[in-house]
Design a binder for this molecule. Structure first.
Ligand SMILES: Nc1nc2c(ncn2[C@@H]2O[C@H](COP(=O)(O)OP(=O)(O)OP(=O)(O)O)[C@@H](O)[C@H]2O)c(=O)[nH]1
Ligand SMILES: [Mg+2]
Length: 659
């Protein structure tokens, strides 16, 4: 059996879940097509998804076409749940990008396609909803080519679109112009094809063109386009055939699957008894029950089978498995051998933060526990415990995600919560260079550790780097590791309490007292340095260096696109200015204006709320994170969550008392 791990991605409501249902039906997995609107689909299985008719978590189902086992991952389209898509991207062999034939290319369509192309994930496009009034395949094809990529290959035409009898008619060799269009796109990525075409244009067989199409599609060089309807089933047979013919799959390993198991964990959930279940995409080797891994011992394995899962004793490369027993596992982990996957983020981070307050004070402990479990399934909510104020806060993408967190806490944990007003999450960027040093027994340094650090700015997205300007080997590795880890932890709260995402830190000095090993003396903590000494001293030195280097607070800025009726411009512009928006020149459209520009993330939600009143309900706003920019005026401070290494005396008092 070959395996193919397929993601279904799209803007919200384009029809991913409906299409998933239809693919399962066509493959014979289900006898009846469930409906999103009736809350009866295989993949929208959470109570909350069924109530709201939107997908919140990605879900895996499986079907078989010929000798290929397809694991299909249905993802959420709402931008608040983009993190779910992100986690899945690392495990896909291919994707189907769904676009509505009525709405066409939308904001999230562009974000997703850009990412799929950057990661070179082979992607087919399915233009859905051909049956709906207003469907216009040609217009959508034009948008795909101009707004996504010219490297698309439409494989058929729409008939009777806009009616319930809408159909997708695949092109054949006899279709006028189809061959020419194929040559046009394919010759770019196939030199031999180009040469033969130049030699003898009439001599290229249609089969040769289709072979080149499959090859280039599997390499993510071109994107075949299908069309149809998830509701009526039109075009879904052709799409099914295209999935196995035009996307790459993993062949069954022949014998040498004996290597150590390696795989990527892309989802973690809790079973009915609270047991942790990891979803792993196997990359090499074989994983068996009773295998011992760093994260725990495998107690059970299963692979996907239709809407359910089937127990297995072992799984090999290419398969997605549910794995029980790995108590220490986290999303994004590589199991076994490192698989090269890191925590690289493909999409923008959450830009909102909110304090979660239990309605009943006695729920405080349980709330923390519950949020910690949610953070296990969704690490980007980045639980933050403020020890001083006894509060917890979470990072969020938007108001819908907030409602989902609230509803989940109520339904699954019986905890009713309210949220404080959301605030934007800023970052601090280092502006200059600064150094500090603390040596043993000098200037009241109470630790048996000496550390000198230099802090310098780093380029955006460079991350925190830790380098050595001391001789390698002059400090035991355990101490080096302690400094390195503490540097990264400390930089999560900069001078104003915000994360410092990019920064170069250099270790310029180091000092330690070796383990005492005189004739009768055993290890004596008062005379020998420990990793703990380095962990406690490093924040002090680092924050002093950071203060000398200086930081500037940056806030998240969204890019917005706003379509509005012509006569509303006069009201919209001043409203934008009040929200610190910076619009470009209004571009006239058929029905009014298109206004694009920048808007602080802090005000994106407000603009959305004011929009109906400003535009008689006709305005359409799309916003997405674009970049961080310096905050004008006094920088906002974020409360610190722990002992404050900026104030040396207080820090020492707290830390020393604790030790
Ligand atoms: N007429 C018509 N309606 C469709 C079609 N596909 C989906 N719909 C409807 O569109 C709505 C959204 O469908 P979903 O399948 O939930 O869309 P989705 O992309 O999974 O949505 P999210 O997961 O929330 O992003 C539902 O009301 C569907 O019934 C189609 O081909 N034709
Ligand atoms: Mg869905």
């Amino acid at each position: 059996m070959r395996t193919l791990n397929l993601g279904i991605l799209a803007h919200v409501d384009a029809g991913k879940t409906s299409l998933t249902e239809r693919l399962l039906y066509v493959a014979g997995v289900i006898d009846e097509v469930g409906s999103v609107d009736a809350g009866s689909t295989q993949t929208d299985s959470l109570a909350l998804e069924r109530q709201r008719g939107i997908t919140i978590r990605s879900a895996v189902v499986a079907f078989t076409v010929g000798d290929t086992a397809v694991n299909l991952i249905d993802t959420p389209g709402h931008p608040d749940f983009i993190a779910e898509v992100e986690r899945v991207l690392n495990v896909l062999d291919g994707a189907v990008l769904v676009v509505s034939a009525v709405e066409g290319v939308q904001a999230q369509t562009r974000v997703l396609m850009r990412t799929l192309r950057r990661l070179r994930i082979p992607t087919l496009v399915f233009v859905n909803k051909l049956d709906r009034a207003g469907a216009d395949l040609d217009a959508v094809l034009e948008q795909l080519a101009t707004r996504l990529t010219p490297r698309i290959v439409p494989l058929g035409a729409a008939e009777r679109q806009g009616t319930k009898d809408a159909a997708f008619r695949p092109f054949t060799a006899d279709d006028d112009g189809f061959g020419a269009r194929l040559v046009d796109v394919l010759a770019d990525g196939d030199d031999a094809l180009l040469a033969d075409f130049v030699d003898d244009p009439a001599g290229l067989s249609h089969r040769r063109l289709l072979r080149s199409l499959a090859l280039q599609s599997r390499r993510a060089d071109v994107h075949p386009v299908f069309a149809g309807s998830a509701i009526t089933g039109a075009g879904v047979d052709e799409l099914t055939a295209g999935i196995v013919r035009l996307l790459p799959s993993t062949p069954e390993p022949d014998g040498d699957a004996a290597g150590p198991p390696a795989g990527t964990v892309f989802k973690v959930e809790r079973g009915p008894a609270g047991e942790k279940i990891a979803y792993v995409r196997m990359v090499t080797g074989t994983l068996r029950t009773r295998d011992r891994l760093a994260a725990g011992k495998v107690t059970a394995l299963s692979v996907f089978d239709g809407g359910g899962a089937r127990p297995r004793a072992e799984v090999t490369a290419g398969w997605i498995a549910k794995v029980w027993g790995l108590t220490g596992v986290r999303i994004g982990d590589s199991l076994g051998e490192p698989t090269g996957g890191g925590a690289e983020h493909h999409f923008a981070p959450p830009t909102l933060e909110t304090v979660v307050v239990p309605r009943r004070a006695r729920d405080r402990g349980a709330l923390h526990e519950a949020l910690a479990q949610l953070a296990e399934q969704d690490p980007l909510i980045d639980l933050r415990q403020d020890d001083l104020r006894q509060e917890v806060s979470v990072s969020l993408y938007g108001e819908v995600q907030k409602e989902v967190v609230q509803a989940t806490l109520a339904a699954e944990y019986g905890i009713d919560v309210d949220f404080r007003k959301s605030t934007t999450i800023c970052v601090e960027r280092v502006t200059g260079s600064g150094e500090a040093v603390e040596l043993i027994k000098q200037d009241g340094n109470p630790f048996l550790a000496g550390v000198g650090l230099r802090v310098e700015p780093a380029a955006e997205r460079e991350g925190v780097t830790f380098e050595l300007a001391i001789e390698l080997g002059s400090l035991p590795p355990a101490f080096l590791r302690a400094i390195d880890e503490t540097v990264r932890e400390t930089l999560r709260e900069g001078l104003h309490g915000w994360d410092v995402p990019d920064c170069r830190v250099t270790l310029t000095r180091s000092q330690y007292w070796p383990r005492q090993s005189h004739a009768h003396a055993t290890f004596d903590k008062s005379m020998s340095s420990t990793a703990g000494d380095f962990r406690l001293l490093t924040p002090l030195v680092l924050m002093t260096a950071l203060r000398r280097a200086g930081t500037r607070v940056h806030e998240p800025i969204h890019r917005f696109e706003l379509e509005l009726p012509a006569d509303c411009l006069g009201q919209v512009l001043p409203a934008l200015a009040r929200l610190r928006g910076v619009p470009g020149t209004p571009a006239p459209t058929a029905s009014g204006y298109l206004l694009a520009g920048d808007l602080p993330a802090a005000h994106a939600h407000e603009l959305q709320q004011q929009l109906p009143a400003l535009t008689r309900g006709e305005g359409v706003l799309e916003t997405r994170f674009d970049r961080y920019a310096p905050v004008a005026g006094p920088p906002p401070d974020r409360p610190r969550t722990d002992h404050d290494p900026l104030h040396r005396d207080e820090y020492l008092l707290r830390v020393v008392r604790r030790v």
